[in-house]
Design a protein around this ligand. Structure first.
Ligand code: 4AD
Ligand code: MG
Length: 432
C-alpha cells in the first residue's frame, strides 16, 4: 500500500514512477505493444507494455489477464493529450492479484433485468460509478447545507408502532410475537418532537413504503432527507426547500461535471435552476392544467400525468401549495384563509420528474389535531406521545421531506429511480 497512487491523481505525478492497484477494464494489443486499460474506482487509465522494456513474465501475463481481473502495476506517468484522462502509464511491472472467471457483463448492451440481477457487478461500470459519485456528493451537500445553518441532525427510528403517511403503504413486521412493528414511512413525527427540543433539526435515512406501484418514481425502500423547524410557517419552509435545491445543484455543478458528462446529462437545464422558483396554489394549478387539456375536478389529487404536465411547463422546480385537505396527511394544518385546503407544499422537479419534496405546516392545536385523527380513522392511543407535543408548549412548526433517489435521478438525467440507489428495492425486486 505504500506509495499507492489513484488514477484521479496521476496528473500530479507526471514523469514519476507510480504503483496502481485495480481491475482490468479492457485490453488490446498490436504486435509488440500491448495496452491494459485499468480502473481503480477513481478513473480509467491506459497503460502500455512494450516487449523488452518489461520483464518477459510480466509481458506474458497479458494473455492471462481477463476482464475484471485484479492486479497491481508499476509504471512511469506520461502526459498524453489524446488519452481520456490526459495521462498514460508506461508499464515497468505487472502483477495479477486474481484472474477473473468469464465476466458476465460484457461491454455490450444487456437488458435491464439482467443488469439488475447482476447489480453487485453492474456497479463497476463507468456509468453506475458516475451515478454513485453524484449521489455521494448530493448527500454531502445536504449535510453541509443543514450543518452550515446550524440545524442539528437527529436520527429517527426505523421500527415504529404507527403509520405516519397513511396505512396503505405500511410494511408490517412481527415484533417478538406479541406486537406488530412497522418500518418507518417518514421520520417526521419524531422530528417534530426533536424540533421542540432543539429548534431546527433534520434527519436523513432509509424510509419504507409498500407501494404497489411499478412506476419509474417508486421504490419500496428509499432515502429521505427531512427537516423540521419550530416557529416556522409554510412560507419559511418553501423558501428553505428552494434554497436547498439550488445549493445542491450548485454543488454538483461545481464538483461533478465530469460524472454528469459521462452520463450524457445536458448541463443547461441544471444551470437554469436559479431562484425564485414559481409558486402556484393547487387551485391555480388546476386552471393551468385545464388550459392544457387536463381536467381535474377540484378536490382530487394530482396524478403522475398532471404532475408531469406541470413540471414540464417550467424550466425550474415549481412549488404547488395548499392542496385540498382530503388529499393530504392528518398532521397538516388547514389554511385559515380557506379551511378546505391545508398549508402544504409539493415541489415538482422539471423535465417531467415530478414530486421531489413534500412538506407542510403542522397542526399545532390539540383539539384540531384530535379531530383530524378521527377523520383519518387513526387510533389515538399510540399517538398520545405525539399529542403531548401539543400539550406542552405547542408552537407553529413546519417541515418537509426530500426524496433522495428522485433528486439523484433528476440531476443525473436517469429515466428510472432504480439506478439512483446502489441496491434498489422494488415491488418485484429484493435481490441481490
Ligand atoms: O410526500 P411524502 O410522502 O412526505 C412525507 O413523508 C412527509 N412526512 C415529509 C415531511 O414533511 N417530513 O414524501 C416525501 C418525498 C416525496 O416528495 C418523494 O420525493 C419521496 O419522498 N418519496 C419517494 N421516493 C421514492 N419512492 C417512493 N415510494 C417515495 N415516496 C415518497
Ligand atoms: Mg408527497
Amino acid at each position: 500500500m505504500t506509495n499507492l497512487t489513484y488514477i484521479e491523481d496521476l496528473s500530479a505525478k507526471a514523469g514519476q514512477e507510480v504503483t496502481l492497484q485495480g481491475w482490468l477494464y479492457n485490453k488490446r494489443s498490436s504486435g509488440k505493444v500491448r495496452f491494459l486499460i485499468l480502473r481503480d474506482g477513481t478513473g480509467l487509465v491506459q497503460s502500455v507494455m512494450v516487449k523488452g522494456k518489461i520483464p518477459e513474465a510480466d509481458f506474458a501475463a497479458f494473455d492471462r489477464l481477463t476482464q475484471e481481473s485484479s492486479l497491481w502495476v508499476t509504471g512511469l506517468v506520461r502526459a498524453e493529450p489524446r488519452a481520456p484522462g490526459g495521462y498514460e502509464l508506461d508499464l515497468t511491472s505487472v502483477h495479477p492479484w486474481h484472474l477473473a472467471q468469464d465476466y458476465p457483463i460484457a461491454p455490450k448492451e444487456h437488458g435491464v433485468d439482467f443488469l439488475l440481477n447482476h447489480r453487485h457487478l453492474w456497479l463497476r461500470s463507468p456509468r453506475q460509478q458516475a451515478i454513485l459519485r453524484v449521489r455521494d456528493e448530493i448527500i454531502r451537500a445536504c449535510r453541509d447545507f443543514f450543518g452550515e445553518r446550524r440545524f442539528i441532525l437527529v436520527d429517527t427510528p426505523i421500527f415504529t408502532p404507527t403509520a405516519c403517511e397513511g396505512t396503505t403503504t405500511l410494511f408490517e413486521t412481527d415484533y417478538f410475537g406479541d406486537r406488530k412493528a412497522y418500518l418507518t414511512q417518514s421520520g417526521q413525527l419524531y422530528l417534530e418532537a426533536a424540533a421542540m427540543a432543539l429548534g431546527k433539526v433534520y434527519c436523513f435515512g432509509p424510509t419504507f413504503r409498500a407501494e404497489k406501484s411499478k412506476t419509474r418514481r417508486h421504490l419500496t425502500e428509499f432515502w429521505m432527507l427531512e427537516t423540521e423547524i419550530a416557529f416556522a410557517e409554510l412560507e419559511d419552509i418553501m423558501a428553505l426547500a428552494e434554497a436547498l435545491i439550488c445549493a445542491i445543484i450548485q454543488r454538483v455543478l461545481a464538483t461533478r461535471v465530469k460524472e454528469l458528462t459521462a452520463l450524457e446529462r445536458p448541463l443547461g437545464p441544471l444551470e437554469a435552476i436559479q431562484p425564485p422558483f414559481p409558486r402556484l396554489s393547487y387551485t391555480a394549478a388546476l386552471e393551468r392544467l385545464a388550459a392544457g387539456g387536463h381536467q381535474v375536478p377540484w378536490g382530487e389529487d394530482l396524478g403522475a400525468p398532471e404532475e408531469s404536465f406541470l413540471s414540464e411547463s417550467f424550466d425550474r422546480p415549481v412549488l404547488i401549495h395548499r392542496y385540498p385537505k382530503n388529499c393530504k396527511a392528518f398532521y397538516m394544518k388547514p389554511d385559515p384563509g380557506d379551511p378546505r385546503t391545508v398549508l402544504c407544499v409539493d415541489v415538482l422537479a422539471p423535465e417531467g420528474v415530478g414530486e421531489i419534496v413534500g412538506g407542510s405546516q403542522r397542526e399545532d392545536d390539540l383539539e384540531a389535531l384530535l379531530e383530524r385523527l378521527e377523520e383519518h380513522h387513526l387510533p389515538r392511543e399510540p399517538l398520545e406521545w405525539y399529542l403531548d407535543l401539543r400539550r406542552y408548549g405547542s408552537v407553529p412548526h413546519s417541515g418537509f421531506g426530500l426524496g433522495l433517489e428522485r433528486l439523484v435521478a433528476w440531476i443525473c438525467g436517469l429515466h428510472h429511480v432504480r439506478e439512483a440507489i446502489p441496491f434498489p428495492r422494488l415491488m418485484d425486486r429484493l435481490a441481490p
